[in-house]
Design a protein around this ligand. Sequence first.
Ligand SMILES: Nc1nc2c(ncn2[C@@H]2O[C@H](COP(=O)(O)OP(=O)(O)OP(=O)(O)O)[C@@H](O)[C@H]2O)c(=O)[nH]1
Ligand SMILES: [Mg+2]
Length: 254
Amino acid sequence: MVEELKAVKYKKLIGSAQLQIKKHKSNLINHKSQTIFAAMLIKFAKYIISSPSVDSCPTPDMNEFAFIGRSNVGKSSLINMLCNNDRLAKTSGTPGKTQLINHFEISGVQENTATNSKVNQQPIKWYLVDLPGYGFAKVSIRSRRRWEQMIEGYLRKRTNLKMIFVLLDARHTPQQIDLDFLNQLDNWGLPITLVFTKADKEKQAIVAKNVKLFIERLRQSWQFIPQHFVTSATKKMGRDKILSLIEEINEKPQ
Ligand SMILES: Nc1nc2c(ncn2[C@@H]2O[C@H](COP(=O)(O)OP(=O)(O)OP(=O)(O)O)[C@@H](O)[C@H]2O)c(=O)[nH]1
Ligand SMILES: [Mg+2]
């Protein structure tokens, strides 16, 4: 009986500790969302260069954010959506459109939505990078090797690369090819954010289920789960969140 009472008391203690942790976490989230009071205003976005290897990429003198994922997952469309410019990165219904490392220079100012004033009058510049996708079936072994070398060289040697946005099609359950690619990035110790794309093309409940399944699969072998966003290029969904993350990283002292 005494043991039972002890067990109940212990459970209550654990419960209260968990509640405290939850409260603390929600405070953190509230605090975070308050600090993200400003929406990044993109002043201009321009195409700079397409490079066949990291050695011919522009001088790494600005923060860089890369977009990668399976062929046709929507990398170029997402970049266009972020920049409010449908003709910036070339998109196509046929997989394998993007073949090289494409640099876009972005210039933005942070806008205080509360006062409607520009916080940083001096625009901040950074690079967005559109990368060719993986998993396109109709590709020779030689081209696949070339892709692997180009991508590995770029991802591991690019010193100004601050975040790799890995795109995943929100309509599908977890795909082994994406998990393998993510494991490779993780082994290389690179910073990752997951971006689920094309959310407009599937029912919300199915998107939510696929996202949950993917995170659960990662949890089986990953200790830390990267943050994730659900997006739609056509509906401009997820734009503010991605831009806020970029802004947060850009504001960090180098
Ligand atoms: N409905 C819808 N269609 C999308 C979305 N994102 C991309 N698409 C379409 O999906 C197709 C592929 O988009 P891209 O942006 O070219 O994909 P990608 O990943 O850059 O493709 P590759 O460069 O070939 O690897 C195009 O027909 C886009 O219009 C989205 O959020 N919603
Ligand atoms: Mg593309």
